[in-house]
Design a protein around this ligand. Structure first.
Ligand code: SF4
Length: 382
């Protein structure tokens, strides 16, 4: 049965898969043709794309990938770049620790294949080597190796989990039965291992274009005849979800502190955590019953050892992460006293507002910067 499923999938993909160089440039040879099974592809661009695709869709990733490859066209260029320019190129994709891990992996890889990174056969070609790099999980490693070297390795990302959950009408959330889902994905590869690259791409394309989260196009699906969810007319019930958790909500007071020279104060977050290494305007959580101006004054005293006068509000920005929702209430502040100290950050800096675009900021800060520039009557830096 996996043989039939694999053949049907490949037949469909040959006709309808996303195989244009403009959509997945990293999957094509330098001559712009889809690789035959025995052809190796450069793992560098594939690895970057795979990590970017961990968090967002192909159409969103494509311009980021293109800008990234212009800035860091080779493994050596990435390994030798400074962390700020790496974070700046990642800005907007979120999960900044992934960019820092990419950077760290680039240095490890370069040390490993220093002889000639352009010699594709010198790159690590086994799962364990890739799993040892920071930020590389089993599905990403399988994606890189099957795409670059046609290695017979399965993948299991969100798209693939959804397709398999529907195909099997699996009654539990996939994350609870990872071993089983891996077994299914591996069975597909084992059916035609010499086409592993194409099978994984086909599976992803099926999930992204037909077996979509809502309104799947079952009428043109190559697996319709054997799909349990289709047979029961219930594809949208799968994958079964965990009961929703309530997401905490917090109000954050933010101070855009200006000094007498018209410079603005920014600080760089510690490297740990979701937005590690990014720059931001200082501030922190509002305590129960606290006025927002008091929050800002208190946070700036605690985190930077400065006293400020809290002036008018510049903007309020709502931002939702997967695990919490935040409301940033942003006020212009006038610096009164105290040399800023990085008591809860890596470093603090006074910068000209026009220079803010040179620093990587989390997405929520983009609107704050725009509000500041508007308030100061300056052109946007973004
Ligand atoms: S028949 Fe429908 S639900 Fe089943 S795999 Fe195909 S698109 Fe998905």
């Amino acid at each position: 049965m996996p043989e039939t499923a694999a053949s049907l999938l490949l037949d469909w993909w040959q006709r309808f898969g996303r195989r244009e160089p403009a959509l997945k440039p990293w999957m094509f040879t330098p001559e712009g043709v889809w690789p035959l099974p025995e052809v190796l592809l450069d793992p560098y661009g594939i690895w970057i794309a795979e990590v970017m695709l961990q968090q967002t869709q192909l159409q969103v990733v494509l311009p980021y990938w293109q800008r990234w490859m212009q800035a860091f066209p080779t493994l050596a260029a990435l390994a030798e770049a400074d962390e700020q320019s790496v974070l700046l190129r990642w800005q907007g994709l979120g999960y900044y620790s992934r960019a820092r891990r990419l950077h760290a992996t680039a240095r490890l890889l370069l040390a490993l294949i220093d002889a000639d990174p352009a010699e594709l056969a010198l790159w690590p070609q086994d799962l364990d080597s890739w799993l040892a790099f920071p930020g590389i999980g089993r599905s990403t490693a399988g994606g890189i190796l099957s795409s670059a070297f046609n290695s017979p390795l399965a993948i299991l990302d969100g798209n693939v989990r959804r397709v398999l959950a529907r195909l099997m009408a699996h009654p539990r959330p996939p994350m609870r039965d990872q071993v089983l889902f891996w077994t299914w994905s591996e069975a597909l590869i084992a059916a035609i291992p010499q086409r592993s690259r194409d099978l994984n791409q086909a599976l992803m394309d099926l999930g992204a274009t037909l077996c979509t989260p809502r309104n799947p196009s079952c009428h043109c699906c190559p697996w319709q005849a054997s799909c349990a969810a289709y047979a029961a007319s219930t594809p949208e019930l799968y994958p079964v979800k965990e009961a929703p958790r309530s997401i905490p909500f917090q109000v954050i007071g933010v101070g855009v502190v200006l000094n007498g020279e018209g410079e603005v104060l920014i600080d760089q977050r510690l490297n740990e955590g979701l937005l590690g290494g990014m720059w931001e305007f200082p501030g922190g959580k509002q305590e129960p019953g606290e006025a927002i101006a008091d929050t800002i004054r208190r946070e700036l005293r605690e985190e930077l050892a400065i006293d400020v006068e809290v002036e008018q509000e510049l903007i309020t920005v709502e931002h939702a992460y997967s695990h919490k929702k935040l409301r940033f209430v942003v006020h212009r502040c006038r610096w009164l006293s105290g040399e800023p100290q990085p008591l809860a950050s890596q470093q603090v800096r006074w910068v000209k507002p026009e220079e803010l675009g040179n620093f990587p900021f989390p997405a929520a800060n983009g609107r704050m910067i725009a509000a500041l520039m508007d308030h100061l009557g300056l052109p946007s830096t973004l």
